[in-house]
Design a protein around this ligand. Structure first.
Ligand code: SAH
Ligand code: SF4
Length: 380
């Protein structure tokens, strides 16, 4: 008999599983609370759970954490974990504490099939989808290990962003139960406004997410026209900007926030001119309620791309802001560790030097991204 990983289930899934064992739904709720609210990894810890259920669970179920390969703590409190997902693959999560919130950036896939030019995960290709259990295990571990470390019993992580490695909407069936567990009052109890799915624009899945589990939406735009976006985000050839805008507009009917966040990675001389900013204004002004988040590009050698100057980023932001579009520039955090999007690939392959690099590389957050399918410790 296969042993079920209980992290794979949202509450309905766990109730169905318990039913197969002849147990009522309230037992599933108790179990779910032990796992997600108290961080129990062992059925013996679950003191108020009927002994009969505990013994039934032994042997048929487990709570499967992800092995931690490494943890890096920045002087500003940002923490980056690298988790082993087997078969030579690893994914990362980044914890970003701020004054009024604490965000966890989570991965959804090992690698990514979209292949964006400015993203090293994209350069490395797709390895595999994470299971629901592997997605939620990142939050489960971060939340409960931090509580233990900080000696707290109240909730620590207030926000989750699906901005780590992978395209979450290309792993839809695993994503949705993970989101539901994050939102569930018996799980992590996060508000829909504080759970963000970031996508490169998988149009049909944006529409499904709206129906199945509406949460805050961030769309990685990166270009104001199809010619340029086709080149930077190859998925645009399948779902061009007009269709993407249409699905964003529709999404807002059910979204917990009344705007879409457009992420825009600032690439020197590629998408960062005044003319690009004006095209963006034409694209969205009066058409779609949105905010722009400009991300200074985090370079990696194979990209052949450069980060826009800080002054260019500011000038670009100013043009958008002057047109009435709320625009922020993603700030740099964790200067002494490397937690930056699209930058971490290959870091793990050469673990002996990881610490040296950690100490010298600048980062922007929230972010992640990691190595691809290369294999633990294997140089690509
Ligand atoms: N696949 C999803 C979510 C993961 S990427 C998506 O593309 O939205 C999260 C964010 O990091 C995206 O906005 C992505 O465009 C950005 N990003 C990827 N590589 C980057 C890099 N090298 N520098 C800066 N941002 C990067
Ligand atoms: Fe995939 Fe997002 Fe990277 Fe594009 S930016 S390759 S969609 S992870």
């Amino acid at each position: 008999m296969t042993v079920a990983n209980l992290l794979d289930f949202d509450l309905d899934g766990l109730a169905a599983f318990c039913e197969q064992l002849g147990e009522k739904r309230f037992r599933a709720t108790q179990l779910f609370r032990w796992i997600h609210q108290k961080g129990a990894a062992d059925f013996d810890q679950m003191s108020d759970l009927a002994k009969s259920l505990r013994s039934k669970l032994q042997g048929v179920a487990t709570i499967k954490a992800l092995p931690v390969i490494s943890e890096h703590v920045s002087s500003d409190g940002t923490i980056k974990w690298l988790f082993d997902v087997g078969g030579g693959n690893a994914v990362e999560s980044v914890y970003i504490p701020e004054d009024d919130r604490a965000t966890l950036c989570i991965s959804s896939q090992a690698g990514c099939a979209v292949g964006c030019r400015f993203c090293s995960t994209g350069h490395q290709g797709f390895s595999r989808n994470l299971s629901t259990g592997e997605i939620i295990a990142q939050l489960w571990f971060a939340e409960h290990s931090l509580r233990q470390r900080l000696g707290r019993s109240d909730r620590i992580i207030s926000n989750v962003v699906m901005m780590g490695m992978g395209e979450p909407l290309q792993n839809y069936s695993a994503l949705v139960p993970a989101l539901r567990t994050m939102l569930d009052d018996h799980g992590y109890g996060l508000s829909r406004r504080r759970v963000t799915v970031s996508t490169s624009g998988v149009v049909p899945m944006i529409e499904r997410l709206m129906a199945d589990c509406p949460v805050a939406l961030a769309v990685s735009l990166h270009a104001p026209n199809d010619v340029l976006r086709d080149e930077l985000v190859p998925l645009n050839r399948k779902y061009p900007i007009a269709e993407l805008m249409q699905s964003c507009l529709q999404y807002l009917q059910a979204a917990p926030r009344d705007f879409i966040t457009f992420e825009y990675c600032m690439l020197d001389g590629v998408n960062d001119t005044d003319e690009h900013a004006r095209q963006l204004i034409d694209l969205v002004r009066g058409k779609i309620p949105c905010k722009f988040n400009l991300i200074p590009f985090n370079p990696f050698p194979e990209s052949g791309l450069r980060r826009s100057d800080a002054s260019r980023v500011q000038a670009f932001a100013r043009i958008l802001a002057d047109a009435g579009i709320v625009t922020t520039v993603r700030k740099t955090r964790g200067d002494d560790i490397d937690a930056a999007c699209g930058q971490l690939a290959g870091e793990v392959q050469d673990r002996t030097n990881a610490r040296d690099r950690m100490l010298r590389q600048p980062v922007a957050v929230p972010v992640t991204v990691h190595r691809g399918p290369g294999g633990s410790g294997q140089p690509r």
